[in-house]
Write a protein that binds this ligand. Structure first.
Ligand code: 6PG
Length: 247
């Protein structure tokens, strides 16, 4: 696996600016290589960290294809929806064509397995013919981590941590509400060209130490290790990295 690159900033404004700069670099490499930029995002505080992209003339929104690393199974207009959060925070404010926002359309199907399958099919359609790989290779996956070390909707001790085949899975027993969720699996996350975590605030300092300094604990976020030639980045603030020895 590639090395982990940790950037720590004293303010969230600096973090967000550096993250925007990093995203523009990833965007350029992706467009040079295959004329589009495939990005997956998660929920929580992540979309807000991307607001430095709004109005930035370097962003080629017409080349972006956005996917959801995880989604809560609630209607898309529900206040718990990661799609709604991303739309309200970012995508309604930028010229990203709606056909390039690949929502997990929770309104289509009641059955969680069918919903996961439908999103997996959408990914196969978008990636498999183009890359003919066993797993999709995202240009960038942006993740958060919870104080328990979960990422996307992959929670400590859950059977999904061992998933090796599926691209998209569902859970019905999320310890973080709401309980029903759809999520990328580790094989998808770890095939990405780049994965970047974003974590801020004192409330994350213990878990960041565990994730980065004690990977043998096996927390879900420690299991994010993009396969070579992929890269793993952490964008954090000094409050969150206070206890991290790996610097
Ligand atoms: C979700 C998220 C989840 C989130 C982390 C971190 O839908 O709940 O995708 O994985 O990214 O819980 O959340 P915060 O950034 O808000 O701490």
């Amino acid at each position: 696996a590639a090395e982990t690159i940790l950037y720590s900033f004293s303010s969230s404004a600096e973090l967000n600016d550096a993250l925007a700069h990093f995203i523009l670099k990833a965007q350029k490499e992706a467009i040079d290589k295959h004329s589009r930029f495939t990005v997956a995002i998660s929920g929580g505080s992540l979309p807000k960290t991307l607001t430095a992209l709004i109005g930035n003339p370097g962003v080629k929104w017409d080349k972006w294809h956005v996917f959801f690393a995880d989604e809560r199974v609630v209607p898309l207009d529900h206040s718990d929806s990661n799609y709604l959060l991303a739309m309200n925070t970012l995508f309604s404010k930028v010229p990203l064509p709606s056909s390039q926002i690949h929502a997990i359309d929770t309104t289509l199907l009641d059955d969680l397995e069918e919903l996961a399958d439908a999103y997996e099919k959408e990914l196969i359609h978008e990636f498999a013919q183009k890359d003919s790989a066993r797993f999709p290779v995202f240009d960038l996956i942006l993740l958060g981590t919870g104080p328990d070390g979960h990422t996307a909707s992959l929670f400590p001790g859950h059977e999904l941590l061992a998933e090796e085949d599926r691209w998209i899975a569902y859970i019905e027993d999320s310890p973080k509400p709401p309980p029903k969720r759809i999520t990328f699996t580790f094989p998808v996350i770890n095939h990405a060209a780049r994965v970047a975590f974003v974590a801020t605030g004192e409330g994350k300092k213990e878990v960041l130490h565990d994730i980065l300094d004690e990977p043998e604990k096996g927390l879900p976020s420690s299991r994010v290790r993009p396969a070579w030639p992929g890269h793993l980045y952490w964008f954090v603030d000094d409050a969150a990295s206070a206890l991290v020895r790996y610097k």
